[in-house]
Structures are given as structure tokens and as C-alpha cells.
Design a protein around this ligand. Sequence first.
Ligand SMILES: [Zn+2]
Ligand SMILES: [Zn+2]
Length: 642
Amino acid sequence: MEPQSASNEPRPNTSASRSAPPSTRPQHGRPSHARPSRPAGRPGTRTGRPVRHFGRPSHPPRRGKARVEHQAPTQRKQASTPIPSPAPDTVRIIPLGGVEEIGRNMTAVEFGDDIFILDCGFAFSEGETPGIDYILPNTGYLEERREKIRGLLISHGHLDHIGGIPYIIDRIGNPTIYTRKLTGMMIKKRQEEFTQTSPVNIREVEKDEVIKLGATTIRFFGVTHTVPDSMGIIIETPWGDVVFTGDIKLNHLDGEPSAEEKREFGVFKNRKVLALLMDSTNVWQPGFSIPESVVYTTLEKIIKDSKGRLVIAMFASHLERLIRVVHFAEEYGKKIVIDGRSMRTNIEIAREIGLIKYKDDTVVAVENMGQYPAERLIILATGAQGDEFASLARIGNKTHKYIRLQPTDTVVLSSSVIPGNERAVQKLKDNLSRQGAHIITYHASDVHASGHGNREEAAWIHSQIKPKFFIPVHGYHYMLRVHADLAVEMGVKPENICIPDNSSLVDIKNGEKISKHALKAPAELRVVEGHTVSELSDVLMRDRKALGQEGFCVVVATIDRRTGKLHKSPDIISRGFVYLRDNKELMDQTRLIIRKSVETSLRNPRAADLDAAREDLADAVSQFLLQRTMKRPIVIPVIVSI
Ligand SMILES: [Zn+2]
Ligand SMILES: [Zn+2]
């Protein structure tokens, strides 16, 4: 199970209403009068301007640099109980994200005068936060201790580990980033889309390098994942090592770890490991995961034997697999079409730093595809998760500019289905099948393996590292729990395990005792919308959900300021509520309610309180509509006095 956030493609927005400003949408039930240009109302209430965000572009612009704007506070609002620094005999570990979810991985390790940060990811927004692009770890704790930060150490180049950097790095004082070559390139490439107040400093390290940050020695070790240059990190403390695995699986043959794995983990032979922080994503799955080498063998056979055109869809982040496919293509005399920006970028980066070598004419442009016989073509496509605007979806619904499927084509979905995407993927498969293409999925063939190890792989890793204390990270709480149980089986004392929540302060005192601090680091959800970083507003989310589910209704009453009587019949404008033309009677009755409410409120026009009248009007209309339709549209009351 590769997290969605591991894709380099920003997730397209699915809300159709966002693609067009309200004025260009069909306006059923629109009254004959012009709409009020600006509904009146008090800020901070539902009578504000809740529809403003409809006009927002659904994506950060792709060309040109963008500046990140910060609305989230840099100082905490109230002086709540200040969090004390760890005692001189204490190592503090603070998972800031990624331990109540898959994604936005970031953990800080603090002792003495130093803080070391491990990864800086983001998560894609789910249904709970409509309109939000990304969710960030809350770095408030670090922002208040910038002067202690000695470095940002990045385990690998997936977005759930590097995605937060452009939004966070300035806030935490632009610390130097320590990472391996490919990861550094991926960070730099991404950074090109943003203007920062100061450029990021990347210091490339190699896995067998030993560096010193302040007074602390840091080591690394190579780990197997789905992207090259993945590494684990060892921070030496006076009480032993804090070891962080990053995302990890094992390269193995029938459960026997490869010689390379044994060599990499050999580094722990004579080390005293105080605490292990380890990926928990797939530990709940039994046995060993399919090694990536099996996937390569399967793909090689498919490529070798293919008699028609081949479409292979996978995550752009599965860079090792992409590299293999390009390699096999060359070996069997085939041409590659890369259809997807993130894939092209990743392959180019890999080529630039020498991870892959191929002849220039192996990759052909999609528009020149017709010059080659079908059996010599491999199309690498994004969108195996059913993402609406990705290459494969466009092939599926016949809107792709250059690619139409033929019955002789084979589509390989070289990925698993991320929970939540099942229906989208089903629809995609239906669309592809309807055009006659043959489809190969991971259910029937080993064309995909996860980048996260199963239970037995985790057990082997525990047996190599042998930590005194254990803190599971990367995963939902249940996954962390399962991993904690495994750690006990592997010999960690139950009282030496701490399952954290986001922003928990986990203190290990004198190398002897682990405990969760009574206080928590700031934990409010920080979100990115467009290029703005802000703290998530419950009111905003509630309104958006209500707009999506119930729609809205603007009711406009024009009154005569002298008499307090309605000047003309009230106007009702609605979107997403009921189809007004089919509900004439309801609208007529609503107009009566509006008239009654306004005229009652303004019985004495001289002493009338317009704000109160608006509020009463909204209440009266909401209540009536709820009774009649069982729906609760957002009602925006407008009273115009002339
Ligand atoms: Zn990863
Ligand atoms: Zn990850």
C-alpha cells in the first residue's frame, strides 16, 4: 500500500463547481432581477460570504514561481502553559505528523541544546477537509525553538516525507537539509516552483558517511523502499542511538534477506540502540511482502512477450520500477512514451544523476508514437488510482489527445488500490475494458509490490537493531498498535514502548524510563490552500460541507424604509438546494415567510435593528425549508432598504 501522497502528481480537484465561476454556470430559478453584488451580513457568521472560494483556481499554477503566504500564527495566540525544555538527562522525541494517519511524516529529536528534525512531509486532503490541498505537520513547537535546530534530515524523496519543505522551511529558520543525492535533487526540483525568502541549503550525504551536527554524531544506513537513495538515520545521544528507519521493506528471497540487507544492518552489530522509530504501514500484514525483484521479473516477461501495445500505469514515485521498465524496453528493442509530467520529471532526474542510462531515441514523444509498430511501444502512464485528470483516465474516457485504445492493447495496472479509491479504479477498469483492452492487475499477477515491509520483515529488522525503547511511527493508530505488539514479541519490554499521537512529547529519562509528557506540542491542523498556509477553520469546513450537501439560498427582501413594508416580491436565488423551477409552490410559500418575517421585524422601521432582522429572516427561512424539504441549505439573508 503506497500512500497516495507518494505520487508526485498534485491530486486533481474533483469538484466540478470549482472549474467555473458561478456566473457561467446555469442559473436555474434565477429571479428576473439582478443579483445583489454583495450579500450583506456580519462577518464571522453564516451571513458572511461563504461562496467566495468557488472562484479559486483548483491548482497552484504550474508555471512561474509562487510565494508561500503564511496565515498560521508563528507565535502561539495565548500564553498557555509553556512547554518546558527536556531536562538535561532526557531525550525528547516529538512526532509532529504521520502517527495518526498515512502521510505528513515529521519527527523531532531533542536533547541538550539541540533539535534534529527527521523528514518534513505533507498529506493530501481527504473528504473531511473539502477544498484544502495539503495538510502539514504543525511545527509550532519547532518555530518557538528555532535556535536549537541543528538540521533537517530527510530519509527519501516521497512527498509524504519532503512535501512540506516549501511551506515549512522558512518558518523553522531555514535549517540545512541533509540527505542523499537523488532526494536532494527531488527537493531542489520542487523548490523551483516556489520563491523562498532564502534559498534552501542542501548538504548531500552518503549512506556510509558520518557527520557531526553541533556536538552530535549522525550516521546513516541504506534501506530498501521504492525510490533509490532511501536511508535510515542514526542520531548518537549520550544514552545510546536514536534510530529512524524511514519507509522500509526488505529485499529478500523466500524470506531470506539479501546479502546487501545483511550488510547494511551489520552497522548495528556493536551499537547500543536507545530507541527505534520505525515505519508501521504494513506490519499488520502477515509474512513477507513480495520483493520488488519478483515484480521486475513479471514486468520483464510481459514486456518481452507483448505482441501489441503496452500501457503500464504506476506511481511516478515508484522510481526504481520506472527505471527498470525503461531498461527492459531498451533490452527488448521497444520505445517508451512517457505520459505524465511527474513521471517525466523523475526519469529525467534519475538520468541526470546517472541512476539510469538510455539512448535518446528510446523515449519518443507521444505525438510521434504513430511512427512505430504497436508491438514496439510501451506507454508509461500516471493515474492507476483512477485520478480523474491523469493520463490513464483520459485514455479510458477517450479524451486523450493522442492515445486511443485498441483491442490488441494491454494495460498493466502496476499498483495496488489505495483504500478510498476502489470505485474510481473500478470505473477506470470498466472504461478501459469497454475499449477491448486486456487488463493486468496485481490481483492476478505480481505486477505490484508495496514499498512497506510486512510483519516478518519488521521482525527481522527489530532483531538486527535490538532497541531498548520503541516508538512506532508512520501509520494509523491501529497499525502502530500492531507494530508495538510485535516489538514486545521481539523482546522490547512493554513498559519501554510508547505509541504516540501527533504532537505527543515522548521523553526518555536518563536512558531508563519512557513517558508521554502531560502537555502536547501545538497540534492544530495546519493546511495549504493554493499557496496559503493557515490553521484549519472548523467554521469554514462546516460551511463547505453544508454547501456540498445542502446547497445555499440567498433571500433578498427590498423594503421601503419609511413604511417597513416590502417594496416588491422577495427574490430567492439558490444553488445546489432544490431545482427551483420544479418547486414553484415551495418558493411562493418561502416568499410569504420572508415577507412575514421582515415585516414583523420592521414593524417600527425607525427603531428597527437591521442585523437582528436579517438573523430572524435567516432563522425563519431555514426552519421553514427544513420542515418542508428535510434539507438545511445555508441561507444568506439580504435586506435592502430603499
Ligand atoms: Zn516512501
Ligand atoms: Zn512514506
